[in-house]
Design a protein around this ligand. Structure first.
Ligand SMILES: Cc1ncc(COP(=O)(O)O)c(C=O)c1O
Length: 388
């Protein structure tokens, strides 16, 4: 069979199921107001939540790093690519999170497929939530450990799994998202972390969407849930709130050393480029200095949530800046998405396999820099598109 006929058959099947995806073309910088497919729109579909990707200090830091160090690290960290600025970024991230150490990865996806196999292997057990991010799922598969899944946020089921394995004396790793990226709910970490600890399990929280946005000082979902000091491993991204690109794993010094020595996605991959590192450092500094961004993001999300609720539009179970409006049908979801775009709002329709079959939805993500009038406009538009 040729590549073309294989591709054609598989793409036809996706088209028939209503899950064929196409990329939109973005012009200009990522910001609250931008150009998508040639149209000026309000962006409610991104992860640049604090609007730092195009902040002058962040942009200038990246440009200065490119001038000083060039555009590539030129190799992996363990060969020639370990720059002073990588180490500086990692110290600053560890300081910010209150951990002993941190290690940068090229993406959050690569961090998960690196850290999970580093902490669990053949003969061990990984326990994870049914709605875990795809990169957690793939990290679990790559680990070759046994993987058990509990229904979303069901701590009784988690405890049952922990109890069942207690007598086997295997190493157990519990992996969850801090904030569920397609639903916007926060993992029940206040109960989950002590529960896992009681049964002697290690805990890894992927806080891709909580880093910089949640908790009194923006340290994320563990801080919000009051267990900031108890999570063994925190994974965060640099490409969302931190306006750059890349990711990190934070925890103890032995954890960092283990990852440097065993995480294949760290070892066998080029180090983050200097402009990305410098941008992340600058964004971290702005984020720490300007708590108003986090506060405004939360207020904007609350305004959107209560505005939609007043029009009878549910966004459950969201408690954060990620708001799902579940439509159900794939085609109907994409039609609403197009109607919004025509009227100047970009909120992406999300279908299987990003979410379970039959739960296609609009995923609406406000930013810290949206104005109240813009939030109200989105509420009005959505009510008209969904209710008429
Ligand atoms: C929960 C979660 N983990 C990991 C990732 C992957 O991060 P990255 O985009 O840096 O690969 C994402 C990104 O969408 C995510 O939502």
């Amino acid at each position: 069979m040729s590549v073309e006929s294989r591709a054609g058959a598989l793409l036809d099947a996706l088209r028939e199921r209503g899950t064929l995806r196409e990329m939109r073309v973005i012009a200009g910088a990522q910001s609250a107001r931008m150009s998508v497919d040639g149209r000026e729109v309000l962006l409610f579909a991104g992860s640049n939540y604090l609007d730092l990707a195009h902040h002058p200090e962040v942009v200038e830091a990246a440009a200065a790093a490119a001038r000083a160090f060039g555009c590539a690290a030129g190799g992996s960290r363990l060969i020639n690519g370990n720059l002073e600025i990588h180490e500086a970024l990692e110290s600053e991230l560890a300081d910010y999170l209150g951990t002993e150490a941190a290690l940068a990865f090229s993406t959050g996806y690569m961090a998960n497929v690196g850290v999970i196999p580093a902490l669990a292997g053949r003969g061990d057990l990984v326990i994870s939530d049914a709605l875990s991010h795809a990169s957690i799922v793939d990290g679990c598969r790559l680990s070759r450990a046994e993987v058990r899944i509990f229904p979303h946020a069901d701590l009784d089921h988690l405890e049952k799994l922990l109890r069942e394995t207690a007598s086997t004396r295997r190493d157990v790793l519990v992996v969850v998202d801090g904030v569920y990226s397609m639903d916007g709910d926060v993992a029940p970490l206040a109960e989950l972390v002590p529960l896992a600890k009681r049964w002697g399990a290690m805990v890894l929280v992927d806080d891709a969407h909580g880093t910089g946005t949640l908790g009194a000082t923006g340290r994320g979902s563990a801080e919000l849930c009051g267990v900031g000091r108890d999570v063994d491993v925190v994974l965060g991204t640099l490409g969302k709130s931190l306006g750059s690109f890349g990711a990190f794993v934070a925890g103890s010094r032995p954890l960092r050393d283990l990852l440097v020595n065993t995480a294949r996605s760290f070892i066998f991959s080029c180090a983050l480029a200097p402009p990305q590192v410098a941008a992340a450092r600058a964004a971290l500094a702005v984020m720490r200095r300007e708590p108003w961004r986090r506060e405004q993001l939360s207020q904007n999300a609350d305004r959107l949530r209560s505005g939609l609720a007043a029009r009878g539009i549910a966004t459950a179970p969201s408690a954060t800046h990620i708001l799902p409006v579940i439509v159900g049908d794939n085609d109907a979801t994409m039609q609403v998405c197009e109607r919004l775009l025509e009227r100047g709002v970009y909120a992406q329709g999300i279908r299987h396999p990003s979410v379970p079959e039959g739960t296609a939805r609009l995923r609406i993500t406000p930013m810290a820099t949206h104005r109240s009038s813009e939030i109200d406009y989105v509420v009005d538009l959505l009510a008209k598109a969904l209710i008429g």
